[in-house]
Design a protein around this ligand. Structure first.
Ligand SMILES: O=CC(=O)O
Length: 520
């Protein structure tokens, strides 16, 4: 930038703001944004003089210090700068500033206030979900090809308490409330206007899950007498001779996505009147054949909604804020050798298009609202009681969204619905999260768009040919890979167990089914 001589002169007379070490965000945003007609910066790190000499030379003109996390402002430094009236630090934390010394010298101190509260809270919740639900760890597992060779990754769970209920702590609490978390806190003192339980010492925080209740449920498993109707457990697919031998006594089938319930199978089992699937999705069941044969079907109902929504929001935060990628960067020792990891982008204000506003989609929307995101959606039909903007065309939804979260069912209509046109409409800055089914997305096209930067990133829990994941994705840092774990936690499995048994008991006692998909 050309600066006139007069202007230069004037600037020379401005009070000086000392910067001891380079401050990364100034370089990031560009120094022109810090230009002011009230002061100029004096950079100690640009001078070849030893620091003490530099400070003594300039001390009469240094009226302020701009500090950052890695720049201690010690009593020794302040001693050399008698004219300093204010220390402004770019961080929220003040531990690098000798506050008692500032107080003694009458120096004012300012920090970053609440400018980071949203982003830090987003990140904290992202890390919490990441750790509790083992997102980064299971991403590593998928990238090493272990899902295909060693099977399912262990489940995650939860225990939560907030230590420090300042601006950031509040922002974290607000988000966690939307996740249905019970919140308790520890702080220097109880906050009179806050109703969350307060704990004076840091530990122990109470468990959010009542473990005794959980143990009671576990031990309350009644043994069933032998003479009751038979339920076929359909995993792995049974051999023909087995089916023929038991055909007359099998009245119900219990299955999951791993074993398809086809018309041919049902043909072999004429006594079957109920199919219970331990999944939310029913794409592995020939629903039309069940209907035709007068067979009722139940699914996982809403038991997976919370965990599915947590995982979807976790994946979105992870991709936008690069949590798993930067975890890898730190583990590889690159932070030390190569410096700061590139920044991610903010959640607040993002337009998030939810594809499929059922039980999981609604829980995702509720959570995203707490992050200050704008929710839009596509669904089979517009929901009369909801004010979120509705798009009947998923391409239009993509064109108006910064991120798409796929959580609809896989059907003939939704197979490869997220195609090239949708990716194009989403655009280069767009992000996709898929916790629905892999085949809702045209996977080849998605991989191509990710590799060529035609979309910005993806958080993927599901794939077209699980557990085979396209190898090209293993090399990409803008992708988080999860081995189809979004809806599974020990808690959701326990709730699922109750629902499955409840559906079977309801059926065999002629009571209404608890989570019917087809109720004959
Ligand atoms: O993906 C899991 C389910 O459909 O339950």
């Amino acid at each position: 930038m050309a600066v006139s001589t007069d202007c230069h002169k004037a600037q020379q007379d401005f009070p000086k703001v000392l910067i001891l070490k380079p401050i990364s965000f100034i370089a990031h945003v560009g120094e022109q944004h810090y230009a002011s007609n009230k002061f100029t910066f004096l950079k100690a790190y640009d001078s070849s003089l030893p620091l003490h000499q530099f400070l003594s030379t300039h001390s009469p003109s240094i009226k302020a210090i701009l500090a950052s996390v890695g720049t201690p402002i010690t009593a020794d430094i302040l001693q050399l700068l008698p004219e300093v009236g204010v220390v402004v630090t770019t961080s929220v934390g003040l531990n690098q500033v000798d506050l008692p010394e500032c107080r003694r010298r009458g120096i004012k101190v300012a920090n970053a206030g609440s400018v980071f509260s949203d982003d830090v809270a987003d990140f904290a919740v992202g890390l919490l979900i990441d750790v509790l639900r083992k997102v980064s760890a299971s991403d590593g597992y998928v990238r090493k090809g272990l899902w295909a060779t060693k099977g399912d990754y262990p489940l995650g769970s939860k225990r939560i308490g907030i230590v420090g209920l300042g601006n950031i702590g509040f922002a974290v609490a607000k988000r966690l409330e939307a996740f249905g978390c019970g919140i308790s806190y520890n702080s220097r003192k109880r906050k009179p206007h806050v109703s969350y339980p307060f704990y004076e010492s840091n530990f122990p925080f109470p468990l959010m899950e009542d473990q005794e209740e959980q143990q009671d449920r576990t031990s309350d498993q009644n043994h069933k007498p032998q003479d009751l109707p038979q339920v076929l457990l359909l995993k792995p697919p049974p051999v023909l001779s087995f089916l023929t031998a038991h055909a007359d006594s099998i009245q119900a089938i219990l299955c999951s996505g791993a074993a398809p319930v086809t018309d041919d199978l049902l043909q072999l089992l004429p006594s079957v009147r109920l199919v219970v699937t331990a999944s939310a999705g029913t794409n592995h069941i020939d629903l039309e054949a069940c209907h035709r044969r007068g067979i009722s079907v139940t699914n996982a109902g809403n038991v997976f909604s919370d965990d599915g929504a947590d995982a979807a929001v976790g994946l979105l935060i992870d991709v936008l804020r690069k949590i798993t990628a930067s975890d890898r960067y730190v583990r590889q020792g690159l932070w030390v050798n190569e410096g700061d990891y590139p920044l991610g982008s903010k959640l607040r204000g993002k337009r998030v298009g939810i594809v499929g506003l059922g039980g999981i989609g609604l829980e995702i929307a509720k959570r995203l609202e707490a992050f200050g995101c704008n929710v839009l959606y596509n669904s089979r039909k517009k929901k009369a009681h909801l004010s979120y903007p509705f798009y009947s065309d998923v391409r239009q939804l993509a064109a108006n969204s910064d991120a798409l979260i796929i959580c609809c069912a896989l059907t003939d209509q939704t197979r490869h619905m997220i195609d090239k046109d949708v990716f194009l409409a989403l655009g280069k800055e767009g992000v996709i999260v898929n916790i629905g089914r892999g085949a809702i997305v045209d996977e080849k096209e998605m991989v191509r768009c990710l590799v060529h930067g035609e979309i910005a990133g993806a958080g993927l829990d599901v794939f077209e040919n699980e557990p085979d994941v396209p190898k090209e994705l293993f090399e990409l840092d803008n992708v988080v890979l999860s081995p189809h774990r979004a809806v599974f936690t020990p808690e959701s499995f326990m709730a699922l167990c109750e629902l499955v048994v409840g559906n079977l008991e309801a059926f065999f006692s002629n009571s209404p089914l608890l989570s019917p998909v087809i109720d004959v």
